[in-house]
Design a protein around this ligand. Structure first.
Ligand code: GCO
Length: 260
């Protein structure tokens, strides 16, 4: 039920971090992984070496998920060179931490463009093949900020809140084609994106450990199981669901700092 044997999974932003961790999980469940990054072909090739060192069949494509021409060309290329895309994980994303009143409009738009518009762009070009084949899995990587606000991440919260509703609308429109669209909402994970707010002694580091019932930051490998579930037959009747992998943050109002 959880096997992804003979499936092809495209994971955007999978040269490092949470994208790589989820893609490794999908690969270890049997999927062929299509790795994407936009920084450099070298980075994509370095990532391919990591996947292959773990016995995962992987191919790499450098393209900008916000550029519809590049996306369309890349998807046509990979589907002719490899095989149709069975599983799409829209993971690529950025964050800019600035108080809203100080944020440049261009910076706000860039966050919305990468974190909300690009999942629409990539999904639009992958879903047509899924509709023809009458099957497919799309997983949008949401966030705690799909549900909660936090100082300085207003653009990111707006994008991830929108991505939650885009996920539900994709599910609404495509479920009849046997395409399941769901989301994963990571809690706070130890990645390069959170490194600046995770350093020892940083007030946010202590805050998150205290705010999380599991009392720790997540390890990227903790997301693999949720990705495998939503990519596999096990979730064939799950539509429009955001699966939070957050150590319990959303289950609680938290506790006083002096309470154990
Ligand atoms: C922040 C963090 C969060 C996490 C994640 C939580 O600045 O609050 O970067 O945004 O990265 O998105 O789900």
């Amino acid at each position: 039920m959880f096997s992804l044997k003979n499936k092809v999974a495209l994971v955007t932003g999978s040269t490092h971090g949470l994208g790589m961790a989820m893609a490794i999980g999908l690969g270890e469940a049997g999927a062929t992984i299509v790795v994407n990054g936009n920084s450099s072909q070298e980075k994509v090739n370095q990532a391919l070496d990591i996947y292959k060192s773990r016995g995962i069949k992987a191919y790499g494509y450098k393209f900008d998920v916000t550029n519809e021409i590049e996306v369309q060309d890349a998807i046509e290329k990979m589907e002719s060179e490899i095989a149709p895309i069975d599983i799409l994980v829209n993971n690529a994303g950025i964050i800019k931490r600035t108080p809203l009143e100080d944020m440049e409009v261009e910076d706000f738009k860039e966050v919305i463009n990468v974190d909300l518009v690009s999942p629409f762009i990539v999904s639009k070009h992958v879903v047509k093949g899924m509709m023809e084949r009458k099957q497919g899995k799309i997983i949008n990587i949401c966030s705690m900020m799909s549900e909660l606000g936090r100082n300085t991440v207003g653009a990111y919260a707006a994008a991830k809140g929108g991505l939650k509703m885009l996920t539900r609308n994709m599910a609404t429109e495509w479920a009849k084609h046997n395409i399941q669209v769901n989301g994963i909402g990571p809690g706070y994970f130890a990645t390069s994106q959170t490194a600046p707010i995770r350093i020892d002694g940083h007030p946010f580091n202590e805050f998150i450990v205290n705010r999380t019932p599991a009392a720790k930051w997540g390890d990227p490998s903790d997301l693999a199981g949720a990705a495998i579930f939503l990519a596999s037959k096990a979730s064939d009747f799950v539509n429009g669901h955001i699966l939070y992998v957050d150590g319990g943050i959303l289950a609680t109002i938290g506790k006083p700092t002096n309470e154990k």
